[in-house]
Write a protein that binds this ligand. Structure first.
Ligand code: PLP
Length: 394
């Protein structure tokens, strides 16, 4: 209930602390399936100092506007975009994907009455949300045995209603990278926009090559890629909510930019879905990217990949566990040969783990974020080994 009488500050804080006791902390290492992590401490400092700033009012907060533009340029550079980056910061991968689908729909608004987009089965569920909100039918295409999009299956789904294609660089369930180059060729042939959702992979894939873990072309270096989304609040170590979407061409952004008549200057045109929104995560992203540099991120990715190898080692040591693919990045799906995933989840949760399962393929999901230490991995597998080898009495 909303109380009538004011409450003492100490009492309010005590009550809040009690309520938050049931939250898991990243520092415990327990959230083993989270795509966010402990934000970088410089980001936290900047965030807490800039809470009043409104990225929906960049006419008022002109310095914040400059910083936002530099974040877009830095991310454009990360994604191999030559020239001016067109786009916006967002609240994260969901908003970015909605904007990508909106831009595709608007491109064909005069010609296509019942718009459709094509995405492989593995694309994030926010694509379905975008389709639902925007009246765009999402046509899912099959994937191969390695859970990558099949270019011919995508091409087969193209018809006169198709307004765009969405692929993923770093799928939510297995961290897989779709064959961006092959599908980009199809998109070019059919003159369709191609959006690459690199919400997770954007801050991972560029560094894999440097550490000898694979050279993937996934962003604007691929001719035919129209837009790419990346979330600093995932592997970018920024505080939530921090997302970015960039487009290659200005016209793709212009068609999703709307006027806000009562605001002036820069504030009077907005590309993001949100109006009032925090500038703090954008400013924090700027500070973290500058402070860590490519070198810092490369080291973080190297550490996460080393720990991912340890996860694989622990899986291989248990004959009742397996993985559907060799991990490409720091996301691992775990399959159980004997005990059902539901049973494992129930027992692991009872031991304090906060678990996640993926529906396709059915797996336990592990995301080896920087807070997931080797100690946390060992503690997790000690429990998992125990539970996955104890077949429940039926
Ligand atoms: N895209 C991908 C590939 C993701 O993995 C996720 C979230 O896990 C999203 C989009 C949605 O991001 P957010 O939760 O920041 O909206």
């Amino acid at each position: 209930m909303f109380c009538e009488e004011p409450q003492d500050r100490e009492q309010v804080l005590r009550e809040l602390n009690e309520l938050l006791e049931t939250d898991t902390t990243y520092s415990s290492g327990h959230p083993v399936a989270s795509m966010s992590t402990i934000p970088h401490r410089l980001g936290v400092e900047v965030f807490t100092r800039t809470l009043e700033k409104n990225a929906g009012r960049l006419h008022t907060f002109q310095g914040s506007w400059q910083v936002e533009q530099e974040v877009l340029r830095m991310i454009g550079n990360l994604l191999n975009l030559d020239g001016t980056p067109y786009g916006t910061t967002t609240s994260g991968g969901t908003e970015s994907n909605i904007l990508a689908v909106l831009s595709a729909r608007e491109k064909f608004r005069r010609r296509v009455e019942k718009p459709e987009i094509i995405a492989p089965k593995t694309a994030h569920s926010s694509i379905d949300k975008a389709g639902w909100l925007l009246g765009v039918r999402v046509r899912r295409a099959r994937v191969d045995k390695a859970f990558r999009a099949v270019p011919s299956a995508i091409e087969k789904r193209i018809n006169e209603n198709t307004v765009g294609i969405v692929l993923t660089a770093g799928t939510t369930y297995l961290g897989q990278i779709d064959p961006i180059e092959e599908v980009a060729e199809i998109a070019r042939d059919h003159r369709l926009p191609l959006h690459v959702d690199a919400a997770f992979g954007g801050f991972v894939i560029p560094f894999l090559k440097d550490i000898g873990r694979g050279d993937y072309k996934f962003a604007f270096e691929v001719d035919g890629v129209t837009s790419v989304s990346v979330d600093p609040h995932k592997m970018g170590l920024a505080p939530i909510p921090a997302g970015v979407i960039l487009f290659r061409n200005k016209s793709d952004v212009t068609r999703i930019t709307k006027c806000v008549p009562y605001l002036r200057g820069r504030s009077s045109v907005q590309t993001s879905i949100l109006g009032t929104r925090p500038a703090a995560p954008i400013l924090a992203t700027w500070a973290i990217m500058k402070h860590l540099g490519r070198k810092g991120y490369r080291e973080i990715v190297a550490t996460c990949m080393k720990r991912t190898d340890h996860v694989i080692h622990r899986i291989q040591q248990n004959p009742l566990l397996t993985t559907p693919i060799k991990p490409v990045m720091n996301i691992v799906g775990i399959q159980s040969r004997e005990v059902s995933l539901d049973h494992i989840v129930e027992k692991m949760e009872a031991r304090g783990w906060r678990m996640a399962t993926s529906p396709f393929p059915p797996t336990l999901r592990l995301v080896v974020m920087p807070h997931v230490t080797e100690g946390a991995i060992n503690a997790f597998f000690n429990d998992l080994d125990d539970i996955s080898t104890t077949i429940p009495a039926s």
